[in-house]
Ligand binder design. Sequence first.
Ligand code: NAD
Length: 485
Amino acid sequence: MKYAPVQNFINGKFVSASTNKTLDVISPIDGNHLSTVPLSTSNDLDEAVKAAKAAFPKWSRTPIKERVQVFFKYKYLLEKHLQELAELCTEENGKVIGESIAEIEKCVELTEFATSLPQLVSGEVLEVSRGVECRTEHAALGVVASIVPFNFPSMVPNWTIPNAIALGNCMIIKPSEKVPLSCGKLAELLKEAGLPDGVFNIVHGDVEIVNAICDHPNIEAVSFVGSTKVAKIVYQRATHNYKRCLALGGAKNHLMVLPDAKEDMTAANVVASMSGCAGQRCMAASAMVGVGNIDHIINKIVAEAHKIIPGKNLGAVINKESKERIERYITEAEQQGAKILIDGRKAVVEGKENGTYVGPTVIDYVKPNMSVAREEIFGPVISIMRTNTLDEAIQIENSNPYGNAASVFTQNGGYARYVIEHASAGMIGVNVGVPVPREPFSFGGWNDSKFGVGDITGKSSIEFWTKLKKSTTKWNPEAGVNWMS
Ligand code: NAD
């Protein structure tokens, strides 16, 4: 085992969980045993909540300009430890090192945004009548929780950590049991940056801890990022217990390609979107709808996909079950009559035979009712459907239950605007394969890709992590009881 067993982080210290039950942490790159992760119990969560609750009064009363000083230092530390964090991310998640570096750079950008919060959360004040003022202030919620998935071991935690904490909350995070190592490193950096003990805590585990978070009477808000199946469970359970909840789910993102699209640029973007992070991105292109004759672009896509080599510029998928699931989808499409233009099944990387790789896969002549057209595959696979009109393409996109992202590739501004207006997704790209809005714009999908109000990052997150206090003050004694003077 390469690393010591993973521990919880409670009240500023790494501590053992109150259980001997653990899971193995295996590197998808080569099957190496990296560590073990504890399946903590609700007692461990109680300890973390107690620490967070104790830290809350002082932290929430610390002026925000002082609170964000921690995040200026944290940003510097992320940059200082970028290579180390990126290597850890690659080891536990399987993505290639360039992708891990980009992930940590995104953590830096997210933290930069948090340092700008003092400029964004100043309340409003107005003299509503003579000597009478109304004023609003954003107040922290208390102890909040963040439950995260495996596909971005550092970035998704940093969607919530800097904003929630800079806004005065104390946090419990539940990392994915598949990639628990990166979060521990983030805890070390937050401590080194000067975050007081108890403000940030980690409780590792699986379903039991997620349920305990949703049920805990002293947790005020729960953010969740993961599959739609679990997002629905968490949203229902947390709101049933009267908590504020924002639960981001899975995706099936459609790219609409028009015949006038720039061939090379489109092909490069389509392939980068479907194969980046081995297709394990909630913003990955998973379905492509070609409108009219786009054979010339599909030929380029195939040529481009041939340049994607497992183990070189394509990382591993998270585990054996994922690899088998993705390969099952490809086989099913083949059996249903789709044409496999490039087949990523049975990919093996020399010297890393125990790694879980799937090669880039391009499937053409997919019908909208096939499972590869409708379901999230979460692998480096693109399913190409063909239509005669843009309206038919939009109809296919609209009929999918998800709604994270949709993109159009064209040189025609009118068609681009038409897609922006008619696609049923929260994030739209025009000639952009992965339309993630950059800070200060917020991240969040529609439909079955998100449950709850608002978005998880950017300005929108301020509403989620705070509650508004409204005060009315009268400094006009002559007005007596009348504040409408
Ligand atoms: P997942 O839903 O399996 O797990 C997410 C978290 O929920 C983990 O911490 C896990 O321990 C916990 N969990 C798993 N099963 C549970 C259950 N039955 N009850 C309670 N908790 C449970 O997701 P994953 O496989 O880790 O991540 C991949 C998924 O996340 C994909 O569907 C992807 O699209 C989605 N995702 C979405 C976004 C977004 O912004 N919408 C971002 C990243 C990932």
